[in-house]
Design a protein around this ligand. Structure first.
Ligand SMILES: Nc1ncnc2c1ncn2[C@@H]1O[C@H](COP(=O)(O)OP(=O)(O)OP(=O)(O)O)[C@@H](O)[C@H]1O
Length: 239
């Protein structure tokens, strides 16, 4: 990443978009201090995050990466590990599951929240990718962190679940700051500000309306994706 300068204010919903390999996940990992910048600084308020205790910093961030972990443990543990002190608090685990849409999936399992999410165990069950994604979202909800980073949180969700998540994202995270990475332009358009990454740099930023008016890279990608839904002849042809 080069020449990247961005500011995220408390309570904002910020979206990062850009083509594959443009650096979105790398930027998220830098914010979590999984990587240290070779030059420049990342400051939380006025403090350089390179100078703070990494564990403390990470406790202040709830993050779901694209390749989130699937633990061969119970549904309760898979969610409760988001906030280690609440792993035995079924009410907190259930509340997070309700918010993420995982509750109906889990209650249908043979032992509910005590079902091991792996088919290798007696009465264990595996979940579909989209169901796992709801569990991962619950894991992020349960942690009372001021910064929430969601890297492609809806890639495997069905359209209704995706719609439900994004129409409720501000209510879900009231008072928290959200960094959302997504290739779905319909979901990022409601962000307060959108940063467009290209080849490790910020190519554009602004609100959806500002970026559409600028008629640049964002407007091109948004229009391309929207056209696939609205123009019957522009989509791929299966034969
Ligand atoms: N640990 C790493 N070391 C070196 N290069 C890396 C590392 N992780 C990713 N990259 C490279 O950095 C570039 C940006 O990757 P990144 O995962 O940040 O892209 P992205 O915008 O999130 O892409 P996608 O939309 O596919 O998820 C890619 O060229 C990738 O190969």
């Amino acid at each position: 990443m080069r020449d990247v300068s961005l500011r995220i204010d408390a309570g904002e919903v910020i979206a990062l978009v850009g083509e594959n390999g443009s650096g979105k996940t790398t930027l998220a990992k830098l914010l979590c201090r999984l990587y240290l910048p070779q030059q420049g600084a990342i400051r939380w308020d006025e403090t350089d995050t390179a100078a703070v205790d990494p564990d403390g910093l990470r406790r202040s961030i709830a993050v779901i990466f694209q390749d989130f972990l699937h633990y061969a443990l119970t549904a309760r543990e898979n969610i409760g590990f988001g906030a280690i002190d609440q792993v035995d608090d079924l009410a907190a685990v259930r509340a997070a599951a309700v918010r993420s849409g995982a509750e109906p999936v889990i209650t249908a399992l043979p032992n509910g929240y005590d079902t091991i999410l792996s088919p290798e165990f007696a009465d264990g069950r595996d979940l579909s990718i989209g169901q796992w994604q709801r569990v991962a979202l619950a894991r992020a909800f349960i942690r009372d962190a001021p910064l929430v980073i969601l890297d492609e949180p809806t890639a495997a969700l069905d359209p209704r679940a995706e719609h439900d998540l994004f129409t409720s994202i501000r209510a879900l995270y009231t008072g928290r700051t959200v960094l959302l990475i997504s290739h779905r332009y319909s979901t990022v358009r409601a962000a307060d500000r959108i940063y467009v990454l290209s080849d490790g740099r910020i190519a554009e930023h602004g609100s959806h309306e500002q970026l559409m008016a600028a008629a640049g890279h964002y407007a091109e990608l948004f229009t391309l994706q929207a056209a696939a839904y609205t123009e019957p002849t522009s989509g791929p042809v299966l034969s």
